[in-house]
Write a protein that binds this ligand. Structure first.
Ligand code: GDP
Length: 229
């Protein structure tokens, strides 16, 4: 995909390409917070090395196309995205949409909500509408080839337990909540710095987490039959 998209873009004279990387491509053994300069500084987590190296190559290719042909190809690194129209599948969706769907089911069947793992891992969640606004800014204004992390601040990182509590409140769930420690916690944290973004956009206002969770839950309740799940 990288080769085909970037080479076709070069051949067709596309003015700008913004590719999407991920915070899970960063080195496994690292210091925190992670920033844009650290992508290639050590092997990624073994659980997703193929994906990580492929994504890292986008950054290498962006530099090469710039050096050889002057192309404006760049990349962004979003943290965990959520919002309306997400994949709410319980087995293969990400944590927030998965838990929203689980709470919906638990309410319907009068059963407990089961949260995978200990609830202690920490994540920086970004609302899809905020991310969309930032993508448009990158497309129009961001002039570097180097990647930029699109994330809420380090102080806005929340534990899985806190994220689940926000959903329980937004869905008005009164049932029992249990932590299933037979399920994996995954990476404990991957705290990323949004310092570079903040230098460009010091006044950008992220939607408060609880409000974004409420809007996503409201969307799921209103669109249950059509939602991807
Ligand atoms: P990650 O950031 O790529 O690891 O993405 P996820 O969105 O899948 O988050 C995984 C974290 O949430 C892990 O700590 C899981 O143990 C925890 N978790 C708790 N309940 C769930 C759930 O119902 N679905 C998923 N996907 N993760 C859950």
């Amino acid at each position: 995909m990288n080769d085909n998209v970037l080479h076709s873009s070069y051949e067709l004279g596309v003015q700008k390409v913004v590719s999407c990387l991920s915070t899970c491509i960063f080195p496994d053994k690292t210091t925190y917070p992670i920033d844009e300069t650290m992508i290639h500084l050590g092997p990624p987590h073994s659980s997703n090395f193929g994906y990580s190296y492929a994504k890292r190559m986008i950054d290498v290719q962006n530099r090469a196309y710039h050096q050889q042909h002057g192309c404006k190809f760049t990349s962004v690194i979003p943290t965990n995205v959520f919002g309306p129209n997400d994949n709410f599948n319980i087995e293969d969706g990400h944590v927030l949409p998965g838990l929203i769907h689980k709470v919906y089911r638990a309410k319907e069947t009068g059963t407990a909500l089961s949260i995978w793992g200990t609830g202690k891992p920490r994540r920086q969640f970004i609302y899809s509408l905020d991310l969309a606004r930032l993508f448009i800014w990158v497309l129009r204004e961001y002039d570097e080839v180097d990647p930029i992390i699109l994330s809420v601040g380090e102080e806005d990182e929340v534990s899985i337990k806190e994220a689940a509590e926000s959903i329980v409140s937004a869905m008005d769930f009164k049932g029992e909540v249990i932590f299933d420690s037979t399920k994996s916690d995954g990476q404990f944290k991957k705290t990323a710095s949004n310092g570079k973004l903040r230098k460009y956009l010091p006044d950008f206002k992220f939607t408060p987490f609880n409000q974004a969770v409420q809007e996503t839950c409201d969307w799921f309740n209103a669109n249950y039959s059509a939602a991807r799940k």
